[in-house]
Design a protein. Sequence first.
Length: 146
Amino acid sequence: MINHSSRTKQTFSTVSEIESHLSRFRGTTEYHRLSNVLPNIALTDGTLEALKILSCGWLFAEIGMLQKNHKIMADRELSEGIQFWRLETDLETNRATLCCDRDKENTALATKIPYTDMPLPLFRVWVQPLRLENFKGHVIYLPSEY
């Protein structure tokens, strides 16, 4: 596990450029600890890149904190299996809804986000338990990395 690298932030002009760039990630070369505050949350190479280009550390922190939500902890399918997260953003009002699904559109948890500068109308990540020799927690990854 390592913390964030200091690579320069790339800029993109359109939503499709961002989506295309992120969809190129396959697997991961290493896991990256999200923060010292949430030491049990890891990112993949793809989600680390998303954090850098979308400035969405707040989103990953929110997902990390919600791992302790009773709806997730009490649901074995969610606590021990794959969680399908989606952030749906209204780009005109800058409001969003963050949802955790058991499977396609079977929402277990939804929370309103009163303001976000997320440039994508829909952003998806998946979360599942990760157990390594020196880490026990959850990993957040892009669907293309599965």
